[in-house]
Design a protein around this ligand. Structure first.
Ligand code: 26Q
Length: 797
């Protein structure tokens, strides 16, 4: 039963006016869009509280297993519209506000994105929370309440500039502060022995304070809690210093404590080894585990039941201190013996791996770990010793190796289940990075292919297509996405294909209007919208796409009268601030865009746009408008990808390699409906054995030589002709992600794309087949897999 269905426009209006008047203290004649957004948000939030309480009550009564998802990142985006969509309130809200002369879209867009994540891993956590609520899985998300989320990106003369993000400079209407839920988080100090028992005397500590956000599922039937921790000082204030006149120093303890939850680290694929990062990881992990144990002990008095009642998921190794910390709490605070503590911890814990790139695997120096967390270092050493003894493994397999604590090994050893995020990635885990551990712990590695929530990524972001889907296959696909397969019956129906074309065109016009507004660039909605949006990283090969763009431009200029398929190349994504090569590629894309967009010869046949500050909200505008989805990573490098899934379900076709979940997307939509190119993961490994692979590939490819020559001549940077010499040189000599080896194959696939797009009706049929095959990529399917294979948790629907 959905209470929201009964809510009339009049009742909703009354609630909003109540908040506007009494919560915001504003008369409607003076209310700003901000005031309306707050009043609207509080009114919607009020409607979630009831299912939220009901879920808590049912969870308590069921006495079943609870799931805890620990993640350093939750890349949520905007909350209001998602809540309205799930409560089926959007149309009523539109009506109510319209009567007041307020546009709902303006209110929605006034909300800052909650950007508490870098990219895929953080967005996956957000999709999982929503699916766990939709599926009535009793679950909690635990994360950090960063004051500043992922930096804002701007471009100055084509270069990326980072500015701090400041989402909490306004009240956050979706959170409930819980001053009573507070834990002490200890650091540093020393470990002594009293009566043969280790006693940790911390040298410093901070408080973790809870801030709760309800996460409501589809149709408002269930809401789980996302609990974010804010850091606060244990000693508020140095009063002596203040009284002696040193006002700045007096506030030092407070400032120091708060730095812990001040800002999200913007690296998404390199382990920086920074002390503050380690402290953040422990801060999250310890606060979450203390909270989990407190809740458990409020219901049960036998800690021996812990692993029957608690399942903990570690989102990558970032919370991998959960193993030693849970053991420490069980032993040092609750008096359990080592063996029982270890068995219980292992019974509760599970680990998801999101990358095999060596530079991203966390490994803390034993020196740093011992200094920040001396008690944990002892526990880790003993875990490692027992792991070595039990498996007889060599040094490479140890948790501690070359004076570093390898967090992947620690997480693996302390987990019941270890999972990869696509079939290929899980297989590569077994064959490469975790091959030896897989041999000594057989069966521990399993696969759970990622998914995305169709509520945000279809229903909310693509209303035009959503209406068509409901008209064609009926309602109910939103939480039963396999029903999209019923669309196959209509691929031969010209009116459905046309209707798809109309919906897509509508989305493209909306996006073109936005680009016009933002950048003054006019886009032709009849051109193919070819999109690559994701974090900037060499392995994702934005450079391959730029190279093809340059070759295309050059080819059109050579024969402008030929029958070219008009294209708009759209890029989006941020580079980690210290990632020099990624930033150089951003600069190149902007330089290429500048040159091409001002060329009257190519005109509407080719445009390049790179809107700054790609984020969740931009993705929601852009993905529904895409015709072509670029998923072109070096095979074996992209663990899964999740953007690839969003594009597919919005009716974009994929040009891609056999990497990550692309493999499964191709299986589900059909090989004829996917533009495949490039080497396989196996072939990539073999190519790496060829010393001068790049030189050979370039010498064998006329177009590649021309592209590199144009860069050498400074064709795209006339005022600074040497700008890309380094990039060209590195391409000839190193090309670590095999851009050159895959170039010809990519270019050929792009030519196939051009031909297919030229037949609009046929293209629409291919797009419909993609949508029909995309049901598997709902995160509801993924979460059902985790519940059944990993957590042993039951839906309480
Ligand atoms: C590690 C140490 C220190 C500082 C930062 C980090 C760090 C932070 C974030 C390392 C990695 C990340 C994020 C990784 C990530 O987003 N991986 C992506 O996860 C997606 C969800 O499973 C996959 O679809 C993508 O393929 C994968 O790249």
């Amino acid at each position: 039963m959905n209470a929201m269905n009964d809510l009339s426009a009049e009742a909703l209006r009354a609630r909003i006016m109540q908040h506007l008047t009494f919560t915001l203290g504003k008369d409607k004649s003076h209310a700003s869009i901000y005031d309306w957004r707050m009043a609207v948000s509080y009114s919607v939030r009020d409607l979630i509280v009831e299912p939220w309480f009901a879920a808590t009550r049912k969870t308590y009564e069921a006495q079943g297993k609870r799931v805890y998802y620990l993640s350093m990142e939750f890349l949520i985006g905007r909350i209001l519209e998602d809540a309205m969509v799930n409560l089926n309130l959007r149309d009523t809200m539109h009506e109510v506000l319209e009567a007041e002369g307020i546009a709902l879209d303006d209110v929605i867009e006034d909300e800052p994105d909650a950007a508490l994540g870098n990219g895929g891993l953080g967005r996956l956590a957000a999709c999982f929370l929503e699916s766990m609520s939709t599926l009535a899985c009793p679950a909690y998300g635990y994360g950090i309440r960063y004051e500043h989320g992922l930096f804002k990106q701007t471009f100055e003369s084509g270069r990326q500039i980072e500015r701090p993000e400041d989402w909490l400079n306004q009240p956050h209407p979706w959170e409930f502060e819980r001053p009573e839920a507070r834990y002490t988080i200890p650091f540093k100090g020393s470990v002594g022995l009293i009566d043969g028992k280790p006693i940790w005397k911390p040298g410093e500590s901070v408080y973790a304070r809870a801030y709760d956000m309800p996460v409501v599922g589809w149709q408002g039937k269930w809401a789980n809690t996302l609990r974010l921790w804010g850091a606060h000082p244990t000693d508020l204030f140095d009063l002596d210093r203040f009284n002696s006149g040193d006002h700045t120093a007096a506030a030092a303890p407070e400032a120091l404590a708060r730095t812990l939850s001040r800002v999200l680290y913007p690296e998404d694929a390199t382990d920086s080894g920074k002390e503050l990062r380690l402290k953040q990881e422990f801060f999250l992990t310890s606060a979450a585990l203390q909270d989990i144990l407190r809740r458990f002990l409020s219901e049960y008095d036998d800690l021996g039941l812990l692993s029957q009642k608690v399942a903990i998921q570690m989102n990558d190794t970032h919370p991998a201190l959960a193993g030693p910390e849970l053991m420490r709490l069980l032993m040092d605070e609750h008096g359990l013996e080592w063996d029982e503590a270890k068995t219980l911890a292992q019974g509760c814990l599970n680990y998801t791996n999101h990358t095999l790139l060596p530079e991203a695997l966390e490994a803390w120096s034993t020196w740093l770990m011992g200094r920040i967390l001396p008690r944990h270092m002892q526990i880790i050493e003993r875990i490692d010793a027992e792991h070595q003894k039990a498996t007889g493994c060599g040094p490479e397999l140890c948790v501690i190796h070359h004076d570093r604590v390898h967090m992947g090994t620690l997480a693996f050893v302390m987990a019941s289940h270890v999972n990869g995020v696509s079939a290929l990635h899980s297989q590569l885990m077994r064959e490469t990075v975790f091959a030896d551990l897989d041999a000594v712990y057989p069966g521990r590695i399993i696969n759970q292919t990622n998914g995305v929530t169709p509520r945000r990524w279809l229903r909310l972001s693509n209303p035009a297509l959503s209406r068509l889907l409901t008209e064609t296959i009926g309602s109910g696909w939103e939480n039963d996405l396999d029903r999209l397969s019923e669309l196959s019956k209509y691929e031969g129906d010209r009116s459905v294909r046309d209707a798809f074309g109309v919906a897509k065109r509508q989305n493209k016009i909306a996006f073109a209007n936005w680009v016009k507004d933002q950048q003054g660039i006019t886009l032709n909605p009849d051109a193919m919208f070819d999109v690559q949006v994701k974090r900037m990283h060499e392995y994702k090969r934005q450079l391959l796409n730029v190279f093809e763009t340059i070759a295309r431009w050059s080819a059109i200029r050579a024969d402008p009268g030929a029958s070219w398929t008009p294209r708009v190349k759209i890029f989006g994504g941020k580079a980690a601030p210290g990632y020099f090569v990624a930033k150089e590629i951003i600069h190149l894309i902007n330089d290429v865009a500048d040159t091409i967009n001002n060329d009257p010869v190519t005109g509407d046949l080719l445009k390049v746009v790179y809107p700054a500050n790609y984020n969740v909200s931009m993705a929601q505008r852009l993905i529904p408008a895409a015709d072509l989805s670029e998923q072109i990573s070096t095979a074996g490098k992209e663990a899964s990808g999740t953007g690839n899934m969003k594009f597919t379900m919005n009716g974009a076709l994929t040009i891609g390699t056999l990497d990550g979940a692309n493999v499964e997307i191709r299986e589900h939509v059909g090989a004829d409906n996917f533009f495949l190119f490039g080497m396989t993961a196996q072939e990539v490994q073999e190519r790496y054995c060829v010393d001068d692979h790049a030189r050979r590939a370039i010498l064998a490819s006329q177009p590649l030589q021309e592209i590199l020559q144009m860069l050498v001549e400074g064709r795209f940077s006339p005022a600074d002709t040497g700008r890309y010499l380094g990039l060209v040189d590195a391409t000839w000599k190193h090309d670590p992600f095999l851009v050159t080896s895959d170039f010809d194959s990519y270019q050929a696939a792009q030519a196939d794309v051009d031909r297919a797009y030229a037949d609009a009706d046929h293209w629409n049929m291919l797009a419909l087949r993609n949508i029909a095959g995309s049901g598997f990529f709902s995160s509801d399917r993924t979460i059902k897999g985790y519940m059944a294979d990993i957590w042993g948790a039951k839906s309480l629907a």
